[in-house]
Design a protein around this ligand. Structure first.
Ligand code: ADP
Ligand code: MG
Length: 279
């Protein structure tokens, strides 16, 4: 499978005032992400997740090492638009991403900057608004919408760029449970349509839905594998100060009490399936 993102021995340091030491945020990270895959990145606060995401989008450039997005080198200034068009980004706070006072204008903003003809923009905006179930709100003012709705507008803005990949940096962190699950189902649909998804999250049940989980700790990759491979390392997760998903925790406790539970249960749905055998 072809790689969407190739990160080679990336080091990133934030430089501050001359008399201060630089802050080392990413230390020699190498990571390849396949086209069409769904990767979750988790890790405690300050572990370097957002810095990594911004390096993928060329918002930050490597202190050393290299990042390639769809084959484009982020260090080459002339490729920055190709990179941002290949890999769009959705951030945590929807209010900081909305630039227009009407929903549909906001979604059109990205494609307009790409110089796309008006009739094609119209089509893209309508499609994007439909895919996030916000078409009926297209004439509204974004500030009148709920947090979840605003985040869906920000996602529509990303979709309208027709990117091959979307990097989401904690897109549900500021949302209520309803908004969270709406945004998660859109993310899963986008992945289903073939878009490469990178999802940074601190919700374990969201990470459990990815094909692959990468755990960051102190600017490095601490664990990398399928959800099952990663979540079965319960002691390691505790050491990294991360929660174990509730269904995994429940399985561990049941096993300790002698109940035979398959070691493939990660999501609540799988747990329900398993328990329903006994009804
Ligand atoms: P995460 O997203 O996992 O919480 P970040 O990538 O935001 O982690 O931060 C990684 C490290 O870089 C932390 O030590 C953080 O304090 C530091 N850092 C982040 N942004 C800046 C900045 N603008 N200037 C200096 N240090 C920063
Ligand atoms: Mg962050």
């Amino acid at each position: 499978m072809e790689d969407m993102i190739r990160i080679e021995d990336l080091v990133f340091e934030y430089t501050r005032d001359e008399d201060q030491q630089p802050v080392s945020a990413i230390q020699n990270v190498s990571l390849n992400i396949e086209k069409g895959s769904f990767t979750a990145i988790i890790g405690r606060n300050g572990s370097g997740k957002s810095t990594l995401a911004k390096n993928i989008n060329a918002l930050l450039l490597p202190s050393s090492g290299a990042v390639y997005v769809n084959g484009f080198d982020t260090r080459k200034e002339e490729q920055v638009w190709d990179i941002r068009q290949s890999a769009a980004m959705v951030f945590q706070n929807p209010d900081n991403q909305i630039v227009s006072s009407i929903v549909e204008d906001d979604v059109a903003f990205g494609p307009e900057n790409l110089g796309i003809p008006p009739e094609e923009i119209r089509r893209r905006v309508d499609n994007a608004l439909n895919s996030v179930n916000m078409y009926e709100h297209r004439k509204k003012a974004p500030h009148l919408l709920s947090g979840g709705q605003k985040q869906r507008i920000a996602i529509a803005g990303a979709i309208a760029m027709r990117p091959e990949c979307i990097v989401f940096d904690e897109p549900t962190a500021m949302l209520d449970p309803k908004g969270r699950s709406e945004v998660m189902s859109i993310i899963k649909e986008l992945h289903g349509e073939g878009i490469t998804v990178v999802l940074i999250t601190h919700f374990m049940e969201e990470a459990a839905q990815a094909d692959r989980i990468v755990i960051m700790d102190q600017g490095k990759i601490a664990l990398d594998g399928t959800p099952w491979q990663v979540f079965s390392r319960v002691d390691e997760l505790r050491r990294l100060n991360l929660d174990v998903p509730l269904p995994v925790e429940l399985c561990c406790r049941l096993r300790r009490r002698g109940v035979e539970v398959p070691d493939t249960i990660i999501t609540m749905e799988e747990m329900v399936e398993f328990l329903c055998q006994y009804k």
